[in-house]
Design a protein around this ligand. Structure first.
Ligand code: FBP
Length: 299
């Protein structure tokens, strides 16, 4: 089944169907650009001081262009930009997105991705991730895939020629985990509890699956139906590195829709965290429920 047919069968709100089709159009264009685009670092830095790759900027422009053409989209907030942008006065939806997550992996040719969280609102500030009505992500790897949820169930599509075809049909994330994906492993030098947790995972002979990109690492959890991805605090990132609005909340929404769980290091549900600043960061433990609970307990 292709994505248009899937949306007709699974989403009664036609304007929300069109919002998803806009994302999909942007994903196709980014997927094409990756094959030929300049993979160098630009001389530009974003307002957080991160070096921007040419592909970060191209991907950002692609999504802004497709979202601007959709009258249903009132505003967007991009991880690459400091402020939100208002696009269409009459729109009912706002989209927070990371146009290209995993920039540091671009020149290594490892998988990278895009992440989206959609709210039916005019404001990002004051939101909680649980208010999202849809979240999605794309993986640009040997294949381009697109995973989507409206809150119940998660569905994955493969880009085949010019269309996205359903291949992951509402499978679940099991409570127990055989895989582990320990982000920010440097934190074991400062945090003996994180070291203890990683030691437990190794003693239990879990399988390490870590690429350095949140998108492919969490995607593996959906594709294998189990796993944990962690990104705890560290002196350089006292509140964690990953952004709530652009990274943590969309993945928390998707993972919980598949029966998993997402907590921060203090044990708060990521979907309950209030967005007070667009670029607010959080720690995250996400994936198989039992493993996430144990991770936070050990920390
Ligand atoms: P960017 O927003 O700069 O792309 O960083 C996000 C990210 O690449 C995540 O995908 C990944 O989990 C994390 O940073 C890895 O960061 P580090 O290697 O610094 O621990």
């Amino acid at each position: 089944m292709n994505i248009s047919k899937f949306l007709k069968q699974n989403q009664t709100d036609i304007s929300l169907q069109n919002v998803v089709l806009s994302m999909v159009e942007g994903v196709k264009q980014v997927s094409e650009k990756i094959k030929s685009c300049d993979i160098k670092v630009t001389t530009k830095k974003n307002f957080s001081g991160d070096k921007q790759m040419a592909l970060d900027l191209v991907s950002n422009d692609i999504f802004i262009d497709v979202f601007s053409k959709n009258e249903q989209i009132y505003a967007i907030a991009s991880e690459e930009e400091e402020e939100k942008r208002e696009l269409n006065n009459n729109g009912n939806y706002i989209i927070a997105f990371d146009p290209l997550d995993g920039s540091s992996l671009i020149n290594t040719n490892l998988s990278i991705g895009s992440i989206f969280g959609v709210y039916q609102s005019k404001n990002f500030l004051g939101q909680q991730g649980k208010n999202q009505i849809c979240a999605a992500y794309a993986v640009y790897g040997p294949r381009t895939t697109f995973f989507l949820s409206f809150g119940k169930g998660v569905y994955g599509f493969n880009l085949e020629q010019d269309d996205f075809i359903l291949f992951y049909d509402n499978e679940k994330i099991e409570k127990k985990s055989k895989l582990f994906s320990p982000g920010n492993l440097r934190a074991v030098n400062e945090n003996a509890k994180y070291k203890k947790l990683v030691d437990i995972w190794m003693q239990e002979e879990k399988t390490l699956r870590y690429s350095g990109g949140m998108v492919p690492d969490i995607n593996a959890i959906f594709c294998k139906n189990n796993g944990i991805f962690s990104y705890p605090a560290f002196s350089k990132y006292p509140n964690g590195k990953l952004r709530i609005l652009y990274e943590c909340a969309p993945f928390a929404f998707l993972v919980e829709a598949a029966g998993g769980l997402a907590l921060d290091q203090q044990g708060n549900r990521i979907l309950d965290l209030e967005i007070k600043e667009l670029h607010q960061r959080s720690t995250i433990f996400v994936g198989s429920e039992d493993e996430v609970r144990r991770g936070v307990e050990v920390l």
